[in-house]
Design a protein around this ligand. Structure first.
Ligand code: 4NP
Length: 162
């Protein structure tokens, strides 16, 4: 068995892959690094659309994360059907992203991989991480708090099962 077989492979998904999901990836990485358990995971993010393919995260997301001491190192890429085979858990930011991912699901095994980030937060099940792209700076700060909370609870739920 190789090290890779032991890793839990996690993909965060939003629409553009420049605001919410790269931040979720970076916050999750930050949490597993600070617990010294990064060897247990492969973490990535992707967007349903290919509009921002190859781009760095939105400057407002980068600046807000930086204010919190979080570095985002990611280039946008589009979600592919193959991601359902490559990853163990696909964590989507809102219902529209989840529906698009679910179109590619062909087994119950794959279906069980897909969730909303806030499904992992008691009392927030079924809720969306709002899309900050069209709004002002305060939206980015609000989204940071929501994704920080969501990734904390998601990590706790993953750790219970491995
Ligand atoms: P994200 O935000 O899905 O959190 O990356 C968006 C980024 C870009 C667009 C929409 C949402 N857009 O329409 O280009």
């Amino acid at each position: 068995m190789s090290d890779n077989d032991l890793k839990t492979r996690i993909l965060f998904v939003c629409l553009g892959n420049i605001c919410r999901s790269p931040l979720a990836e970076a916050l999750f990485l930050h949490k597993i690094r600070s617990r010294k358990i990064e060897h247990l995971f492969t973490v990535d993010s992707a967007g349903i659309s290919n509009l921002h393919k190859g781009q760095k995260a939105d400057p407002r997301t980068l600046a807000n994360a930086n204010n919190h001491g979080i570095e985002i190192v990611h280039r946008a890429r589009q979600f592919q059907a193959l991601d359902l085979q490559k990853f163990d858990k696909i964590v989507t930011m809102d219902q529209a992203n989840r529906s698009k991912v679910l179109r590619h699901v062909s087994s119950n095994h794959d279906l069980l991989k897909v969730s909303l980030l806030l499904d992992h937060v008691p009392g927030m099940e079924g809720m969306a991480v709002p899309d900050p792209w069209y709004g002002g700076e305060e939206g980015f700060e609000e989204v940071f708090g929501i994704i920080d909370l969501g990734t904390e609870h998601f990590l706790a739920s993953v750790l219970k099962k491995i």
